[in-house]
Design a protein around this ligand. Structure first.
Ligand SMILES: *Cc1c(COP(=O)(O)O)cnc(C)c1O
Length: 336
């Protein structure tokens, strides 16, 4: 039985066409700046996001880390959401490797950080405090799209108070497709943006960080220091180039499948389903039943996660039949 793997959009495997593109990619030593595929990818993603320059990095975590280390120095802090990847899910890297303190804030229900909370968190210039240097937002956040007017207001507040701004845009293209705007419009108000090729875009490896030439030059040094200088990386960069040409618009199909899953799960006993905005669906299961659910789903060839809440993610390797199998397995477990 082939598995319906809804744990994450990171589980996609490169398609035959993507593999063919990788197999014929021109390569060189990227530490010398000689890899034509890496250079082409960097130019392409910088242009798509409307920034001067880009850096190909091994992972989203590495992109965010070198971004924070480029914006902040030792004893500085970044303001960030409690559930943001750059705070919760990166092993504390900014603090451990960057000597940069996070100042986490609670999210609003729609994923925003309230402007009043951001303003109140910015520390006065006083020797008691870390220096507030950076505002980090994330879009999509838990599959939710932050409105563009909010991004503009939050970054304007940061600028007025002398803070730089970084967007963790691991799923930036999901947000852009959902809003029907170019990704550059979402990236525009930020000094720097990271974006993942290895999530919904379906590449096997890699992310990019974009920003000004000066910022990317700083990030390039940090990338080397954290071991991210890669050699003939064009082999994997080619997959990202392919994905940018062929896998962006199709994200709408993933969003439609998440909506199909939500509709099928709606009303099952004990289950509260959050209406998905993009490709991530969260649901909460009351009572004791949660414990055995994952095993049951697995026995039916369906994988999901349940660390904080039940989570189902649609992607390139999931089709309507798979979604319907997940719905049937959930129904069999919850309906007696
Ligand atoms: C996946 C993800 C990242 C980066 O993850 P890597 O596994 O390091 O590539 C960063 N931010 C968000 C919001 C993510 O979902």
């Amino acid at each position: 039985m082939n598995l319906v793997d809804l744990r994450s959009d990171t589980v996609t495997r490169p398609t035959p066409a993507m593999r063919a593109h990788m197999a014929t990619a021109p390569v060189g030593d990227d530490v010398f700046g000689d890899d034509p595929s890496v250079n082409a990818l960097q130019e392409k993603i910088a242009a798509m996001l409307g920034k001067e320059a880009a850096l190909y990095v091994a992972s989203g975590t590495q992109g965010n880390l070198v971004a924070i280390m480029s914006h902040c120095g030792r004893g500085d802090e970044y303001i960030v959401g409690q559930m943001a990847h750059t705070y919760r899910w990166e092993g504390g890297g900014a603090a451990v490797l960057g000597s940069v303190q996070p100042q986490p804030l609670e999210h609003e229900a729609d994923g925003r950080l309230a402007l009043e909370r951001i303003e109140a968190a910015i520390k006065p210039n006083d020797a008691h405090f870390a220096r507030s240097r950076l505002l980090c937002l994330e879009n999509t956040i838990g599959g939710k799209v932050l409105p563009i007017d909010y991004l503009q207001a939050a970054t304007a507040l940061a600028r007025r108070r002398g803070l730089a701004t970084h967007l963790d845009g691991a799923r930036l293209f999901n947000a852009a497709v959902k809003l029907g705007v170019p990704a550059s419009e979402i990236a525009a108000p930020f000094d720097s943006v990271s974006v993942c090729f290895s999530k919904g875009l379906g590449a096997p490896v890699g992310s990019a960080l974009v920003g000004s030439k000066e910022f990317i030059a700083a990030a390039h040094r940090w990338r080397k220091m954290v071991g991210g200088g890669m050699r003939q990386a064009g082999v994997v960069a080619a997959a990202a180039l392919y994905a940018l040409d062929h896998h962006v618009e199709r994200l709408a199909q993933d969003h439609a499948l998440a909506a199909r899953l939500a509709a099928g799960l709606q009303g099952l006993p004990g289950l509260t389903v959050e209406t998905p905005q993009t490709n991530i669906l969260f649901a909460d299961l009351q009572g004791e039943r949660a414990a055995g659910l994952m095993e049951h789903l697995k026995s039916r060839g369906v994988l999901a996660t349940g660390l904080y809440r039940l989570r189902f993610v649609t992607h390139l390797d999931v089709d309507a039949e798979g979604v319907d199998r997940a719905i049937a397995a959930m129904r069999d477990y919850l309906v007696h």
